[in-house]
Ligand binder design. Structure first.
Ligand code: AN7
Length: 312
């Protein structure tokens, strides 16, 4: 597992945001803006605050995880809510790129190439840690990260440091799977999902802006896309957690996919597979809290009764 939850704001987004916000400031912008399912928002809020810049985030109302929103509030960014999905939030930024730029506000969604340049470092670190794995499994939402990681490996190859790049495997949640559907239909146009649903709110995206780049990464590396159901995601999240690795649902999708692919015999046990765990469990406290259970004790002796199994 490549655990990205230990980055400063708890997701892989920091890798691109430190570059993107640095560029924004060096270019003389006064503010930053993103549309986000909220890890990008948490990250841009923190890095903009650090850079002394104003920050705006556009998020789909009621569809983002609480830990991430708490970070945005804490770092002092302005929250703009939109009725609808992430895709509607992104549209509001995409359609206004020029006007925003005129206002001195720098758009930092993943169509911004600097973000992806920063995210390439995931590939460099994987190379440092394990060399070149057979496969890299990545949860896919707006589809920038899978391309960034592939680009990192591809640049190592072009520099003559490695001979081949790993097969890139993109994972989507079954009911939010535009890229998976595009892939299996061998479609040359994106199969848009109008009402994306999934417990993995980070990747609840129906019209990924970087879809062509993701297809390129997967095609050129001889990889593929796979879809996993929400119950498989939850089970994977729980199993990882019981082994001491706490990730948010979107990140557990990579482990869910690994289990599924082993079962389908699409991959072999002795292949080296890196699973990118994109965000920390605390990002989405409400999902694990659905399974909250406790035993009330009223006295010190009851504690012992519980441990002996005579109560509770
Ligand atoms: C935990 O924050 O799109 O395929 O606005 O938060 O590069 O989009 C988050 C995406 C995977 C997918 N895992 O990455 C956002 C946002 C986690 C994420 C993804 C996201 P991309």
């Amino acid at each position: 597992m490549k655990f990205e939850g230990a980055n400063p704001t708890g997701s892989f987004k920091d890798r691109g945001m430190t570059v993107g916000v640095s560029i924004a400031r060096a270019s003389g912008f006064r503010a930053t803006i993103v549309a986000s399912t909220s890890n990008t928002a948490a990250s841009v809020a923190a890095y903009s605050a650090r850079a002394g810049m104003e920050c705006f985030v556009v998020v789909p109302k009621g569809k983002v995880a609480r830990g991430k929103v708490a970070q945005v509030v804490l770092h002092g960014a302005k929250i703009l809510e939109i009725e609808g999905f992430f895709d509607d939030a992104l549209k509001s930024v995409l359609e206004n790129v020029e006007k925003l730029t005129e206002l001195g506000v720098y758009p930092l969604n993943s169509f911004n190439p600097w973000r992806l340049e920063g995210q390439k470092t995931i590939a460099f670190e994987i190379f440092d840690d394990v060399g070149i794995p057979d496969l890299v499994i990545v949860p896919v939402g707006n589809a920038g990260n899978i391309y960034a990681i592939w680009k990192g490996f591809e640049e190592l190859r072009q520099l003559g440091l490695i001979d081949s790049v790993p097969r890139m495997v993109g994972v989507q949640a079954s009911r939010s799977a535009p890229l998976y559907l595009t892939w299996i239909k061998r479609s040359r146009e994106l199969v848009v999902v109008e009402n994306p649903e999934t417990i993995a709110s980070a990747i609840r995206i129906g019209k990924p802006v970087n879809w062509l780049k993701a297809i390129k990464a997967v095609e050129e590396s001889k990889g593929f896309f796979v879809a996993v159901d929400d119950d498989e995601i939850l089970e994977a999240q729980r199993e990882l957690a019981r082994r001491g690795i706490g990730v948010e649902p979107a990140s557990a999708a990579s482990y869910a996919a690994y289990r599924k692919l082993l079962e389908m015999k699409a991959i072999d046990r002795d292949e080296t597979v890196v699973l990118v765990a994109t965000g920390h469990a605390l990002k989405d406290p409400d999902t694990p809290m659905k399974f909250f259970e406790s035993i009330t004790i009223r006295s010190p002796s009851e504690l012992i009764e519980v441990l002996r199994g005579t109560k509770g």
